[in-house]
Design a protein around this ligand. Structure first.
Ligand code: SF4
Length: 368
């Protein structure tokens, strides 16, 4: 692993020779291994064929870069979710990504709707649809819905193959900036606690950083070291998403600069050098023009790509077709391989609930 100082030197570097040398240096790092320790050496890049289910578009936070949150929210009915899941099952998707705003049941109107349907809170509602999903499709639930308590994580572990929460940044300073000043759930301490709780509960976990939201280079580097620290302690972080801020019309940060392709590239390089045994992922729909360069810099996963649903968090950026992604990867000699929402090294009884483990064996039998 590189030192904090070296990571900062790479981020600050403006010399093309130095940047190219850093790219070449990547081969010296033994933490370039990720899911099964062979992906990078075998030039394999993975993705997960998924269905994106935006359960509820309300959120207790108001982040300066968000286009997902709606005051006049939508709460999907179970029938709407079942329809998408059935359709995605026909396309052989194996990940059902259940996403929604944080603590949506703090909104009395949403709680009233849930009560009318016979549920005491959003976690009960979610559990019910995820249970249906496991019983009726070959999709494995992955939940990403903001902060959850230890008890809620424990409950949802029974019906999830993996779960996620973006750390975004480990600096509490950002809570006083336009990005997070109205977002109590973005307090890094709370997010770190949840990621650690997932580790204690042995939940394979996806996290990530958001770059270009006003963080300093030091804060960016420290966030990566923090994620690595958690993984060294609990071993639960399967992948880290490096997500670049996109300036969109109507958001509070509409006129803020997006990170340059070079900044994203240098962030990928240092991520590879800091994160040990963790996959590095960039969303292909947010990096269409530069994705191949990021592949050269060492990413080894494209994340979830859906043939059925759109990216509701970035609706302006459609997923590339899987065929296109295949071609895109093959042009650099990489083989595109589909993965499940839980990485291979976690598919055992230690990391998964018995029911999930058996479901995966069933899916593997069908796929073979
Ligand atoms: S927590 Fe997520 S959904 Fe909520 S406002 Fe922030 S970015 Fe949007």
């Amino acid at each position: 692993m590189i030192s904090r100082e070296n990571a900062l030197n790479i981020l600050n570097s403006t010399s093309s020779t130095e940047i190219l040398e850093n790219l070449l240096d990547l081969s010296k790092f033994d933490n370039t291994n990720n899911a099964d320790n062979t992906k990078n050496t075998n030039k394999v890049i993975t993705y997960s064929k998924n269905a994106f289910i935006p359960v509820c578009t309300w959120c207790r936070n108001i982040c300066g870069y968000c286009t997902f949150r709606e005051e006049n929210y939508t709460l999907l009915t179970k029938e709407q979710m079942k329809e998408t899941l059935r359709e995605s099952d026909k396309y052989n998707c194996h990940e059902a990504l259940f996403t929604f705003g944080e603590n949506v049941d703090e909104n009395p109107k949403i709680m009233e709707e849930l009560n009318k349907m016979g549920y005491g809170n959003i976690v009960e509602y979610l559990y019910d649809i995820e249970d249906w999903c496991l019983n009726n499709t070959d999709l494995l639930p992955h939940t990403n819905c903001g902060i959850l308590s230890y008890e809620d994580l424990k409950t949802l572990r029974e019906v999830n193959a993996s779960m996620g929460l973006m750390l975004e940044n480990s600096s509490s300073r950002l809570c006083n900036t336009v990005a997070h000043k109205d977002s109590m759930g973005k307090l890094p301490k709370t997010r770190i606690e949840m990621i650690e709780n997932a580790g204690k509960l042995k939940i394979p976990f996806t996290t990530g950083i958001l770059i270009g939201i006003g963080e300093t280079k030091e804060e960016l580097v420290d966030s990566l070291f923090e994620i690595n620290r958690i993984n060294e302690k609990y071993g639960n972080i399967q992948e880290v998403i490096i997500q670049n801020f996109r300036a969109k019309k109507g958001i509070a940060m509409e006129n803020y600069p997006e990170p340059t392709p070079l900044e994203v590239l240098k962030t990928i390089i240092i991520s590879r050098m800091i994160l040990k045994d963790i996959s590095v992922q960039v969303p292909p729909n947010l990096n269409k023009e530069t994705g191949q360069l990021l592949l050269l810099a060492g990413i080894d996963d494209w994340g979830g790509v859906s043939p059925v649903t759109k990216d509701f968090v970035n609706p302006e950026a459609p997923w590339p077709e899987i065929e296109e992604l295949n071609k895109f990867s093959a042009e650099l000699g990489y083989t595109l391989v589909e993965r499940l929402p839980v990485y291979a090294k976690y598919i055992n009884n230690d990391w998964l609930d018995e029911r999930i483990y058996h479901k995966i064996q069933e899916i593997k039998r069908i796929r073979n």
